[in-house]
Design a protein around this ligand. Structure first.
Ligand code: FES
Length: 131
């Protein structure tokens, strides 16, 4: 299955059965050879780059609290729905589109075309003005 991404056509790769990532948890998966952190937030799946932009910690091994994952290395936090740090919006990670079909979670091999969604904005919506 393919769709348009940042660099043209994206392909979705089945990576895990949905029941392997219960709500409130996450894990690192491989998508076309790239490490991606995949999370289940209340039954909705979200995917971001696994590599923490601070010093490379695995975000898929972090602790998920609501929609925020805490990096296991030095505790930076990221909103897994938006790919940004709630307390430090300049720290970002790329997001990937996720599909759930027949109990199987598939992740795009290309980053989401609209990039990072700033805090206060609904995913896919307009960012709110800076506070
Ligand atoms: S590597 Fe993630 S907070 Fe330092």
């Amino acid at each position: 299955m393919a769709s348009e991404g940042r660099s043209g056509v994206s392909r979705f790769h089945p990576v895990v059965r949905a029941d392997e990532i219960p709500p409130g948890t996450g894990k690192t998966v491989l998508v076309d050879g790239r490490k991606v952190a995949l999370f289940n937030v209340g039954g909705r799946f979200h995917a971001i780059d696994d590599r923490c932009p601070h010093a490379g910690g695995s975000l898929g091994e972090g602790i998920l609290d609501g929609c925020v994952v805490t990096c296991p290395y030095h505790f930076w936090q990221f909103d897994v729905r938006r790919g940004c740090a709630p307390e430090f919006p300049e720290a970002t990670v790329v997001r990937y589109e996720v599909r759930l079909e027949n109990g199987l979670v598939s992740v795009s091999d290309s980053p989401v075309a609209d990039g990072v969604v700033k805090p206060g904005a609904a995913p896919g919506g307009k960012a709110s003005p800076p506070r």
